[in-house]
Design a binder for this molecule. Structure first.
Ligand code: SF4
Ligand code: SF4
Length: 280
């Protein structure tokens, strides 16, 4: 009888242990799922120069860190005493809101200095950073101006230049001086005497290096870089800039079958479909 009791309690312990471990395992899986979910990149993540499209980037980058290493070890990144400064590119850790292990940068911490030789790109062994994106097709040379990490946006409500105060910190910090950011004069109707000198970003020239964001004097930067697809809208193919030859050619080059100007609604008289559903 006592022997039997021992057997039962052993068996119970065995099953309790299993349940305990299964419970812990399940909890672990749940925690891990939550962790990986959290570790997914925010859509605001800025990638190193020449990064391919984000979806493909995540499939292609093997998280080797060679880009970050090349960035932190570039000769300009050492101070006069030979001490290494923090690099632009970081490899994401769990707390970063970026897919763990992938490279990213935060301009307010360390912007990209637009190195002419772009050392972070050619070292990438997988093409996640695509050298072709920063190679001039005619000269076959690296061209830093072809970099496209994002685009700078100005919050006109917190930019003090729009208050009428004199500030051109972002304009001066921009490596593409007077091209990517221009200062636009506007009359200050409040004082009647002064002019606003407002920074205006040209999105076709801006590379998203973030030197402006770093230089901005406001507590939270009034100019900041966002990934281009987050920052910009899309007009759609059916709008054409009549004054732009290239845009006109774009439409002219389209095949007849691609141009759809008629749909079901356009078969009806406008007064009919506009008044549809109205009772008199
Ligand atoms: S181009 Fe920018 S990201 Fe690349 S090495 Fe230079 S500072 Fe770093
Ligand atoms: S070098 Fe290329 S593959 Fe390696 S971490 Fe950087 S982007 Fe990813």
């Amino acid at each position: 009888m006592a022997k039997n009791k021992v057997k039962i309690s052993e068996r119970r312990k065995f099953f309790t242990d299993i349940a305990h471990h299964v419970g812990l395992g399940t909890m672990g899986v749940l925690l891990w799922a939550g962790y990986t979910q959290k570790a997914k990149s925010s859509p605001l993540t800025l990638r190193p120069p020449a990064a391919i499209d984000e979806k493909d980037f995540l499939k292609t980058c093997i998280k080797c860190g060679l880009c970050a290493e090349a960035c932190v070890n570039r000769p300009q990144n050492f101070d006069k005493e030979g001490r290494k400064k923090p690099g632009t590119i970081k490899m994401a850790k769990a707390q970063d809101d970026v897919t763990i292990g992938t490279p990213f940068f935060k301009p307010r911490d360390v912007p990209c200095y637009m190195c002419e030789d772009i050392p972070c790109v050619p070292v990438c062994p997988t093409g996640a950073l695509d050298i072709n994106k920063v190679t001039n097709p005619k000269t076959k040379e690296l061209d830093i101006r072809l970099m496209d990490m994002g685009v700078a946006i100005v919050d006109v409500h917190s930019c003090i230049a729009f208050w009428g105060l004199q500030c051109d910190a972002c304009y001066r910090a921009c490596p593409l001086l007077d091209e990517a950011i221009k200062l636009v004069y506007n009359r200050n109707d409040r004082t009647g005497k002064h002019a606003f000198l407002e920074p205006k970003v040209d999105p076709d020239v801006c590379t998203g290096c973030g030197l402006c964001e770093k230089a901005c004097v406001t507590e939270k930067p009034a100019i900041f870089v966002l990934p281009r697809d987050v920052a910009q809208g899309k007009v759609g193919d059916h709008y054409v800039r009549g004054w732009d030859k290239a845009d006109q050619q774009r439409v002219g080059n389209r095949k007849e079958t691609e141009i759809k100007t008629k749909d079901e609604r356009s078969k009806q008289a406008p007064a009919d479909y506009l008044n549809k559903g109205l009772e008199y």
